[in-house]
Design a protein around this ligand. Sequence first.
Ligand SMILES: O=C(O)c1ccc[n+]([C@@H]2O[C@H](COP(=O)([O-])O)[C@@H](O)[C@H]2O)c1
Ligand SMILES: Cc1cc2nc[nH]c2cc1C
Length: 336
Amino acid sequence: MRPDLTDLKTLREMLSDAPKENDTARQKAAERNGQLTKPPGALGRLEDLALWYAAWRGDARPEISAPQVIVFAGNHGVTAQGVSAFPAEVTVQMVANFEHGGAAINQLAKAAGASMDVHALDLDRPTADFTQGPAMTEAECLAALQTGWNAVDPSADLLVVGEMGIGNTTSAAAICHALFGGSASDWTGRGTGVDEAGLANKIRVVAEAVALHETADGLDVLRCLGGREVAAMAGALAAARALRIPVILDGFICCAAAACLHAIDASALDHTVAGHMSAEGAHGALLDRLGKEPLLSLNLRLGEGSGGALAINIIRSALACHSGMATFAEAGVAAG
Ligand SMILES: O=C(O)c1ccc[n+]([C@@H]2O[C@H](COP(=O)([O-])O)[C@@H](O)[C@H]2O)c1
Ligand SMILES: Cc1cc2nc[nH]c2cc1C
């Protein structure tokens, strides 16, 4: 299913009409969970994850065999404001590194037994500096959303979306400030490692951008303050929902993309879990706003889908227990 995202209204409608959990599968999975050879609840959150996954797959006893990691890359005009510790050309250089297998995410995807795809979005055409005007036109934003949608493999059974884009923690901070209010400093962190003066400059940039655009509508915020890789992640999350593919969210930028969908429909992220809590200062507050409890907290601040990829084996293990364990009756173990 690859709809033509010809206008943002179509996407809004698709989000409202998106599939919901399969209640029957959840109920059957819960019954099975209650019969497995362990004290009730002893597998803690793994049990919740197994039921969540079963409900989205519509299968009471599923397994994970085809996880997909997608890394989207984009360039940001706002880098002209000196918001990153690294130069903008690192984005295209890291894409080459992903393609040659040399980045952390290549190793983490491999360790998790996941396929990995990389999509570079018009790197030679950075978005506009959003302190001056909207980052993207509607057509540009739609094209990025479509790239994200099309990147999802319909036969995947678990998805991680990650990103690479020098300057994108400024974009993510501006998205959060526009959607959730507070002050610019609440949402602005050090990204790749800016110093005190760099952080003060970033806060100024985020405050100016949000004041200029004056919108809290999820898709407007995405277009005005996002980036192509951010929009592509949003498109991939929407596609996964339509395809009933559960998703593991990554760090601050991935969750900012997710927040744009959440602002349109509060249930838009029900098919997702938070893979980890990033060391980027505002990620915890963002996860709270999205109602997500992170699976891991490892002080990562890399992006690329790294924290999501690390969490694949947690979900896989949850399903291995759920679908592979013996019941009390099968094992001849006395139930309590
Ligand atoms: O995922 C995160 O939470 C995260 C936190 C800090 C930095 N990053 C990565 O660093 C880059 C953005 O940092 P910056 O300083 O250029 O805005 C971008 O490529 C992200 O993948 C990612
Ligand atoms: C080297 C480097 C690798 C990255 N991966 C994701 N964001 C990144 C930013 C930099 C600077």
